[in-house]
Design a protein around this ligand. Structure first.
Ligand SMILES: *[C@@H]1O[C@H](CO)[C@@H](O)[C@H](O)[C@H]1NC(C)=O
Length: 298
């Protein structure tokens, strides 16, 4: 009895060790294919290219900004230059900034369709850092598809904004507060909550990328953000894989290339502007979920 128990334990310990290790080696292998740049294109999904919309980002209300403090003007110039000179394809920070801004309506509602678009840009961001985030980005793709199906479905109108979705799903008892039913498509509320949690992590990480000195290790920044936000929602196994996957992150200087900036100063302006747009979307969503006691949906 005792020796079977012992060898069982030994086997289990080996599995615990070998499985994460082999996943990590796979991730490291895959991440050598990172940072590949493709040819530029000007229309994506029928939307105009970044170049044409930069004006809208920099000067949202053209006639208002006559008397600006000079450092605000300087920041504007930095933002404008960084976005205009961003020739890389795949992920473009300007597109992501725009997509987060267009999530919020004038009355402060979040449009679900635009939210999904913004997430598609975030996935491009994660993918452009190699395969480090593959465990998050593939899960997020599934979640985008679930919500997109609700949006295209026969009750699609009720899914136009986050608050209309919450109202519709609560009234129709789609949301399950006790458990996740195994054989049903998860509710929109539950699905979006997962993305919402991951958004906080990326918001925090982007903030750190924008404000940390360039000697700082990205793996440490990312792990810090992860511990602060997403880690307590993950299982032990995923946490181990995440920890080690972060070690394969590109350096801060390589990240600057991904977000189309040359130096720390530019990084700060571009990333803090982006983080603010993300935080706005995050805060509104957080308020809706708090008001309906839905922050812990299973
Ligand atoms: C979001 O909420 C946090 C915490 O309440 C606050 O510090 C921050 O200024 C808010 N950001 C935006 C853009 O609303």
């Amino acid at each position: 009895m005792a020796s079977t128990g012992l060898s069982e334990m030994r086997t289990r310990r080996i599995i615990c060790f070998v499985l994460p290790l082999s996943m990590i080696l796979l991730l490291l292998y895959l991440s050598t294919n990172k940072l590949h740049v493709q040819v530029s294109e000007c229309l994506e999904n029928g939307r105009p290219c970044v170049e044409a919309q930069i004006d809208i980002i920099i000067h949202p209300k053209k006639n208002v900004n006559t008397d600006r403090p000079s450092d605000a003007k300087e920041d504007e110039n930095i933002l404008e230059n960084a976005l205009r000179n961003c020739q890389r394809d795949g992920f473009q920070i300007g597109k992501m900034l725009m997509s987060f801004r267009s999530c919020v309506t004038e009355t402060g509602e979040i449009l679900v369709g635009e939210y999904l678009n913004a997430w598609r840009e975030l996935i491009k961001f994660m993918d452009s850092m190699g395969t480090v985030f593959i465990f998050i980005s593939s899960e997020t793709r599934t979640k985008i598809n679930i919500l997109q199906d609700y949006l295209r479905g026969k009750n699609g109108k009720s899914y136009r904004t986050i608050s209309s979705m919450v109202q519709y799903e609560l009234e129709n008892e789609v949301v399950n507060f006790k458990e996740l039913p195994p054989n049903r498509v998860p509710s929109g509320c539950r699905t979006l909550l997962r993305m919402h949690r991951a958004l906080k992590w990326l918001e925090d990480f982007l903030y750190k990328v924008g404000t940390s000195p360039k000697e700082q290790k990205t793996s440490e920044l990312c792990a810090e953000s992860y511990h602060k936000t997403l880690a307590h929602h993950h299982s032990w196994f995923i946490r181990q894989v995440a920890e080690i996957a972060f070690l394969a992150l590109p350096s801060l200087e390589e990240m600057y290339e991904v977000v189309c900036v040359k130096d720390h100063k530019e990084a700060e302006v571009v990333l803090l502007t982006t983080v603010e747009a993300i935080a706005k979307v995050y805060n509104i969503t957080q308020e809706i979920y708090t008001n309906h006691n839905m922050l812990d949906l299973p």
